[in-house]
Design a protein around this ligand. Structure first.
Ligand code: ASP
Length: 310
């Protein structure tokens, strides 16, 4: 059975398209291209790709990654500017045996040489957001709580699992800042023999638990993706609070090789989209109780329409 799961409501239109392609037999990597590029290309979504949130120098630096769960190939482009689809660059990088993780200028040079489209990713809207923020912000600038990553895991009809991410990271981040999204094991992980996972939230905290790898490891021990997601989030959340008194936003999704999926969070506003052979693409809101158990509630059309940018 095929499954696509992707973070946040913003994935809906991409997953709808991806589901049709899944039924037509496309590979997990191709499904991720469809889902992630749909979000990257739409400037309505302010935290991914074109129209993404600028750093403190008003530059749109983007992070993206891809992992092939059959071969364990990974490709990552981080802090990359002026390229239309960072995810496609990351996917292309996964074909390289070495030099498959590139940052900044090196990633841009690679992308241009490989024929990827050069594009100014700063939109008028994003510029406006930046200028407004600068006005109200007291110096020194702090990364604003405005972010969100598209993280997507697909299991195709051939049994292949792939995971991918794309994000502009934290609004007002430092130039050169890299989040968890392009870091294997933190923002994403995929192994077709087990399952795959992706994360979204405060990269600096997600990295501390290598959370995506941890979820796949727990699934390898036999846990259902839902139990694995909850345990990984709750353990890291508790560990951060115990040692550092606070934990940033931690939200995760996962799929196993049987097509079962899970999602968990330590915040109130996490949503995800899932589609399977027999299940239309559907937006779910993740509800967390006091014990850290998470349930998935189908979002109403009204909620979907009013939460476009999440
Ligand atoms: N994890 C991303 C980062 O820290 C942001 C997000 O997913 O909200 O760059």
């Amino acid at each position: 059975m095929g499954t696509i799961i992707s973070t946040w409501r913003m994935s809906l239109e991409g997953v709808e398209k991806g589901k049709k392609e899944m039924l037509a037999g496309k590979s997990a990597g191709e499904l991720l291209e469809t889902v992630i590029c749909e979000v990257e290309n739409n400037p309505t979504f302010i935290s991914v790709g074109y129209g993404g949130l600028p750093n403190e120098e008003m530059e749109v630096e983007l992070d993206a990654a891809y992992m092939d769960g059959d071969t364990l190939d990974i490709g990552c482009a981080a802090a990359m500017k002026n390229i239309a689809n960072p995810f496609l660059v990351a996917k292309r990088l996964s074909q390289e045996k070495v030099n498959c993780v590139l940052v900044g200028e090196g990633a841009e040079q690679f992308a241009l040489k490989a024929g990827f489209e050069k594009k100014d990713m700063l939109t008028e809207n994003a510029k406006q957001r930046y200028l407004e923020k600068i006005q109200e912000e007291v110096q020194p600038l702090k990364p604003y709580i405005g972010h969100d990553t598209i993280g997507c895991v697909a299991l195709d009809h051939q049994g292949k699992i792939a995971a991918g991410t794309s994000t502009s990271g934290l609004f007002m981040k430092k130039k050169g800042r890299v989040g968890d999204s392009p870091l294997v094991g933190s923002g994403f992980y995929a192994d077709s023999q087990i399952g795959g996972a992706c994360a979204t939230g405060l990269g600096e905290d997600l990295m501390k638990g290598c959370i995506s790898y941890e979820i796949v490891r727990l699934m390898k021990e036999g846990m259902h993706p839902q139990a694995a997601c909850e345990k990984a989030v709750n353990d890291l959340n508790a560990s951060l609070i115990q040692r550092r008194k606070e934990a940033g936003d931690l939200s995760v999704i996962a799929v196993n090789k049987y097509g079962e999926y899970g999602a968990a969070t330590n915040i109130e506003a996490f949503s995800f989209v899932a589609a399977q052979d027999e299940q239309e693409a559907c937006v779910y809101r993740v509800m967390r109780d006091a014990d850290g158990h998470c349930t998935h509630v189908k979002a109403s059309q009204e909620w979907i329409d009013s939460h476009l940018v999440e």
